[in-house]
Write a protein that binds this ligand. Structure first.
Ligand SMILES: [Zn+2]
Length: 286
């Protein structure tokens, strides 16, 4: 059996409080990892304030983590955004400060756009909407930010990772309409962290998506969804919340388990870990 190679379609690293890119991606590489999308964390993850300087500093940390990942030999896509939960928190502190909060967010987004133009970043993420019950104001503000970013992404030919509620058909239908209206290249907008039911809807509408690499979810996915997606760990590298997402090497273990149990064939696994990465992210195959 030839050694398979694996991609992680969405993860975070935290060099301040967690393991950081060097430790995480060295171990990922040893286990057969070749590609990763590194995604920014909000300022509070690094002990920074949620203001303009805090956001800029957290983006600088991400850029450095991506540099480390590449130096380890991992093909890396580097994206920064403002997480819907951060927007929820900002508006939650004062529901009447919508205008000021939006202005702050747009300033941060414009800075990200500048780094994309300079080829320092590859795209925006994660952005979108909360997946839990939140203030109506948070939903509206997130929608404004999502449209603002999708407009920029269209002009910059940049990638976008959308964090969404997983409501199956209606989530996919809504995003499809927004993408269509804005005219952004739909092969570059990923619906991130979907469940199987929403993944099936995204597959029907031909939208790119990632699925979390948890064993039970993957076992169902390989049975019900064609190999059109990419798997992610969504690792958050927070030692205080160890069980909340998978380690990047665990998603490899889970896929190898499916192969050894005869539930997935090697061709399927190679397609989602190599062919889809090459197709969507335009990187050369390993
Ligand atoms: Zn994430």
């Amino acid at each position: 059996m030839k050694r398979l190679l694996y991609a992680d379609g969405h993860l975070h690293t935290n060099p301040v409080y967690g393991l950081g890119a060097e430790k995480i991606l060295s171990r990922f590489r040893e286990r057969g990892g070749w590609f990763a999308v590194l995604v920014s964390l909000g300022p509070h993850h690094y002990g920074l304030e949620e203001n303009y300087d805090g956001f800029i500093k957290s983006i600088e940390i991400l850029v450095n983590e991506c540099r480390i990942a590449r130096s380890i030999g991992i093909k890396t896509i580097c994206i920064a955004g403002i997480h819907p939960a951060d927007i929820d928190k900002l508006i939650g502190r004062d529901r009447h400060r919508g205008r000021e909060i939006l202005e702050l967010i747009m300033k941060v987004v414009d800075y990200i756009a500048k780094l994309i133009k300079e080829d320092i970043l590859d795209g925006f993420g994660e952005i979108g909407r909360p997946h839990y019950k939140s203030l109506p104001e948070a939903f509206t503000l997130n929608n404004i930010v999502m449209r603002y970013i999708l407009n920029l992404a269209r002009d910059l030919h940049a990638y976008v990772h959308l964090h969404l509620e997983t409501a199956g058909f209606i989530t996919v239908r809504d995003i499809y309409e927004v993408i269509d209206m804005i005219g952004v290249d739909k092969t570059k907008v990923f619906l991130h962290h979907l469940d199987v039911a929403t993944g099936i809807e995204a597959e029907k509408m031909d939208l790119p998506f990632t699925l979390p690499g948890k064993y039970a979810l993957l076992r169902e996915a390989v049975r019900r969804i064609k190999p059109v997606y990419i798997i992610e760990s969504d690792f958050i590298d927070d030692p205080k919340r160890p069980g909340v997402s998978s380690y990047p090497w665990e998603i490899i273990d889970n896929q190898e388990k499916l192969i050894s149990e005869g539930l997935a064939d090697e061709e399927y696994i190679a397609k989602i870990n190599i062919d889809n990465v090459v197709k969507f992210y335009g990187v050369s195959s390993p």
